[in-house]
Design a protein around this ligand. Structure first.
Ligand code: PDD
Length: 278
C-alpha cells in the first residue's frame, strides 16, 4: 500500500511518525474516515468541513487547504487502485518533547491511508445488528472527532464478548450514539427519531445525508433524545456511519426491535444512500 505522511507518498513499510508525536502520547489528534465506492469519494466535502471544525475547536494549526486534502485523497485512491473501502485521514498537533502544554512552533502531523473494505454488500446489514447498551463514559466534547477512541473500543469489545455486534452509549437515560455511528429509531407511528446535534455526540456526515433522504421520501422526522426503553419498543432501529451506511439494529439488550429483522424504512434508506453515493 502507498500511504501519505507529511507531504510524501511512501510504501507503508517506510512510513514513519515520531514517538514524540502528541497524537501518540496525548491522543491529541483528530481524524476523518471517508468512504470510497466505485473508486469515488463519498461526501468528501462534509468530512473536510468537519475536519476543519475539529481543528478549530482544538486550536490546531491547519496543515493545508481543503483542495490539497482532496488531492491527497484522490492520489491515494488512484495509487492503490481502490474501488471499495475507505480513506483514513489523521491530523495530530505534532511532535515535541513531552509536556502537557505545546509550543507555538509545533507543526501538525498528517497521515492518510486507504483500506479495502466490502461495504455495499454487508452481511451485518442483511442480518441486522444486535447491540448492548453501556454508560457513555467518554469526555463531553464528542462533537470533535478526536483519536481518543479507547472507551468506544472497550464498549465494542464488551459487545463482542457478549456475542453481540456493537454497543449504544447511554447518558442520563438517553441514547447518545453507537460506538462509531449515530443511532436512529422509527416509532410505531412511522416517525424517524434521532438525537439532535450538540456536544454530546458526533455530528455524523452520514446522519445528515440520511436525514435529507428521509425528508425527501416524506418521512416525519424528530430530532430529540430517545431512551433505551423507547428504542426497544420502536418498530425499527438503525445506525449510520461513513463505512456502515445505514445498518439496521434488530436487538437491544436482548429485546428484539419490531419484528426482530431489518425493517422497511432502514432497508429503503440504505438502498437510497448507496444509490445516491454511487
Ligand atoms: N466513525 N459517531 C461516532 C462516535 C463515530 O465515530 C462515527 C464515525 C459516527 C458517524 O459519523 P459519519 O457518518 O460522519 O461517519 C458517529 C468512523 C466511521 C470511524 O471511526 O471509523
Amino acid at each position: 500500500r502507498t500511504v501519505y505522511v507529511n507531504g510524501q507518498y511512501l510504501s507503508e513499510h517506510d512510513a514513519k511518525v515520531s514517538i514524540f508525536d502528541r497524537g501518540f502520547m496525548f491522543g491529541d489528534g483528530i481524524y476523518e474516515v471517508t468512504t470510497v465506492l466505485d473508486g469515488k469519494l463519498v461526501d468528501f466535502a462534509g468530512h473536510c468541513a468537519r475536519l476543519g471544525r475539529s481543528m478549530r475547536e482544538l486550536d490546531m494549526k491547519t496543515p493545508c487547504t481543503d483542495d490539497v486534502l482532496l488531492a491527497i485523497h484522490r492520489e491515494l485512491v488512484a495509487r492503490n487502485a481502490l474501488v471499495e473501502g475507505l480513506v483514513y485521514l489523521q491530523v495530530t498537533r505534532g511532535a515535541e518533547d513531552r509536556d502537557f502544554a505545546w509550543s507555538d512552533a509545533i507543526q501538525p502531523t498528517v497521515v492518510a491511508f486507504t483500506q479495502v473494505k466490502s461495504l455495499a454488500a454487508s452481511p451485518l446489514a442483511a442480518r441486522g445488528a444486535r447491540v448492548i447498551t453501556v454508560p457513555d463514559l467518554r469526555w463531553k466534547r464528542r462533537d470533535i472527532k478526536t483519536v481518543q477512541l479507547l472507551y468506544p473500543s472497550l464498549a465494542k469489545m464488551q459487545a463482542k464478548a457478549a456475542g453481540k455486534d456493537d454497543a449504544w452509549m447511554v447518558e442520563d437515560g438517553f441514547v447518545t450514539e453507537g460506538t462509531s455511528n449515530n443511532a436512529f429509531i422509527v416509532t410505531a407511528d412511522g416517525t424517524l427519531v434521532t438525537r439532535q446535534l450538540s456536544t454530546s455526540l458526533l455530528h455524523g456526515i452520514t446522519r445528515a445525508t440520511v436525514l435529507r433522504h428521509a425528508g425527501d421520501t416524506g418521512l416525519r422526522i424528530e430530532e430529540r433524545p430517545f431512551s433505551v426503553a423507547e428504542a426497544q419498543a420502536a418498530s425499527e432501529a438503525f445506525v449510520t456511519a461513513a463505512t456502515s451506511f445505514v445498518t439496521p439494529v434488530v436487538e437491544i439488550d436482548g429485546t428484539p426491535v419490531g419484528t426482530g429483522v431489518p425493517g422497511p424504512v432502514a432497508t429503503r434508506l440504505r438502498e437510497i444512500y448507496i444509490e445516491e453515493s454511487r
